[in-house]
Design a binder for this molecule. Sequence first.
Ligand SMILES: *Cc1c(COP(=O)(O)O)cnc(C)c1O
Length: 949
Amino acid sequence: MPYTPSTYLPYDFANRRHIGPSPEEMTEMLEVLGLQSLEELIGETVPDSILQAEPLDFGKPKSEREMLWAMRQIAKKNRAFTTLIGQGYYGTVTPPAIQRNILENPAWYTAYTPYQPEISQGRLEALLNYQTMVSDLTGLEIANASLLDEATACAEAMTMAQRVAKSKASAIFVDRDCHPQNIAVIRTRAEPLGIEVIVGDPFTDLDPEKVFAGLFQYPGTYGHIHDFTGPIADLHAAEALGIVVADPMALVVLKEPGAMGADIAVGSTQRFGVPMGFGGPHAAYMACRGAYKRAMPGRIVGVSVDSRGNKAYRLALQTREQHIRREKATSNVCTAQALLAVMAGFYAVFHGPKGLSAIAQRIHRKAVRTARGLQEAGFTVEPAEFFDTFTVDVGPMQGVIYKAALAEKINLRRIGTTKLGIALDETTRPASIEALWRAFGIERKDKGGDGEYRFPEGMIRESDFLTHPVFQMNRAETEMMRYMRRLADRDLALDRAMIPLGSCTMKLNAAVEMMPITWPEFSNIHPLAPADQVRGFAEMLDDLADKLCRITGYDAMSFQPNSGAAGEYAGLMTIAAYHRARGEGHRRICLIPTSAHGTNPASAQMAGMKVVAVKSAENGDIDLEDFRAKAQAAGGDLAACMITYPSTHGVFEETVREVCEITHAHGGQVYLDGANLNALVGLVKPGEIGSDVSHLNLHKTFCIPHGGGGPGMGPIGVKAHLAPYLPADPATGGTGAVSGAMHGSASILPISYAYVLLMGGAGLTQATKVAILNANYIAKRLEGAYEVLFKGRNGRVAHECIVDTRDFVDTAGVTVDDIAKRLIDCGFHAPTMSWPVAGTLMIEPTESETKAELDRFVTAMLAIRDEIREIAEGRIEKGNNPLKKAPHTVEDLVADWDRPYSRERGCFPPGAFRVDKYWPPVGRVDNAYGDRNLICTCPPVEELADAAE
Ligand SMILES: *Cc1c(COP(=O)(O)O)cnc(C)c1O
């Protein structure tokens, strides 16, 4: 072929990679919908009245290489110094085997929250290991599978203690030696709930009669190691609880909270192999006495049995959670830090108890040597006994030494005007210790350890931990690598199949977007590093905030909330602060449609608001008359409404502007839950249609992977009038702080930023349109087989659709659960089940899925419909059929086959791959059994042996 200028082929890299259907496939799909163009579909779907006037334009989109280059320029503006600031964040070594096989492995990071246990056994086992580790280290019976960060975990512990304490006092005592960010977040959380926070010295200021709990930091923020046995006993005598906020690395060598009588322990597992990341993400842990398990927030992994009676893991005690209990839930935590908990758990598996002890002892000895060097040069070190942290009183020399340390590329903590804080960690090298001494004017060689220990008398840990065989296995990397591989293989994540989870937006998390997060310039930065070391972060945060504001129509962004639910809480607190500032603090009523996500009412409750539910109309829209009436009734007490747009029913409601107007007319503010932003980007700006504040789920719309249940980021955008009330910096005790670090889990923001740079304005808009196309294509293809419950004006859905399966219970005895499990046989993760309408499936394919994958899904769904018909028509037994017996395992295949259908049909239904068949490792899991026989740590070996037989 002759090459001429007209043969030039433009190649649109990023958009083409991110968007599933090829241009040819899109044409075919539009034909199925009877449409000429994507524009025609959008015209039929999105109401004209809300379309944004100007197209999104961020200039030319970047290719992958251009984006990486741009990101490098930004990264270079961050400087990763040796950081000895401590205050809850420490240098740590991520074992490369964990970095590569977990953090950088899509089998782990693209997985969803393990609500479907049969396809989640790998991550459930990893999380159970984590819980066992936490339970062992803290000496308490029950642990959850992570909270958002240490500061929010402290706040959760406070509200949990208030729920379970017999004491009816309304105050909490908080150790003045807590990290400042912990106190700040506790204060924010306490205020709307009417809890008084008393900060003081546990040994002189605690009056147990006045409080429902006392919360103590261990070791304290300046390094003190106190035994809280006495204060906790006093609290118990007054029927109040003791909460210990403990560093798990210290617990390796020091007396555990359980041995002090603590009821609840919380803390951060950051230093178990998870980099500081300028504040996050890291998994916070919570452990408690067994008696309080039902009051525990967050997800708990438990052990149960499957249909053959074999051991199987699943999430336990789910009735505590917000999606069931709404404003009465134990907390609003939904997305937590699963991936980071998995990493921390593997860090413990990787090192084992002896390895951890060696690491903890080494950290301590380094700290002792450093302190001795200072003391021998005449400096005063405090406290005399410590684990890894101490302070030096340098009087008027503070500024000089601080700067001298900076010149040695070392960050110290400034305390008051005369002291410097020093915290050593796993990464501290002799050269750093010598450089530190130099900053203090000491010329000295670090000659390594002579085994001096400075632990307080009686505070050395005496009990065993990590005795379970999983922590005792051969530590050869071959063994570790294969264990991680085995667990990953048990799970079904996005690297195998579409995960069509309505509302969760399981889209592509592109490899190139993930690359910058492990660069040391992003990952090895302390959240309190001086401003001139984080100019890259500042630049990225500014530009990302600017782009997100242009996408949403808001004027300001806060990156502090580290999940969607945290964003809801932060947004409502911002609204509350605004009302207060205007002398209208009495406004407390929050209108929330019954179809709202469970986190909405749970967050409103936490913000001190009174939830008033608004009905849905027949067609699924907000019942406008009911809304108007309830707004009217609330009148001058109306604080806010919380709406989701497009609605959780998957429809662009025509009345959204009216809902906003009614709310404003009564002096309320509009909170628009931004979880469905994937249907809006480039087409509609929440800030332009009347909303005042929204959270954005960056782990949905903006490509941060779900990680099997976190991390996430839930920044909030606000209109200008709310901007003054956004959360302040927690580390400096700022008001309204909602998480431990100013910018939340900042180190995963490069993922979203990369996505935006790669796509550009036009690419993002195209993604939205294709997301809507994919959803409508599925809805159309399922027509006749399943009823799509809610549709818009022209019979179109938004970016997701709800199919009704309720009739099948009557006609064939088939439940929505049966369909979900049968989809596993077909090689799919089920759509969202029974939310927002019980007995239905909500399907959201996202723009990233190709037509071939959508067709495979449709094939599976249609085949399932045929099976249901067979049962309904009596051609196959109601109790013994492929749906009731789903999912089918290899075990089923080789066992006696007493079923009225073939093995082939059971195991290889339409949609399933022949060669690349996904085999669930367990049959259907018995949830009720697990809750009746609650086990939340690794089960004893005998049972393991049984299961292996
Ligand atoms: C996912 C979701 C949330 C909560 O977000 P998390 O990050 O899980 O806390 C809130 N509302 C809706 C509609 C959602 O889909």
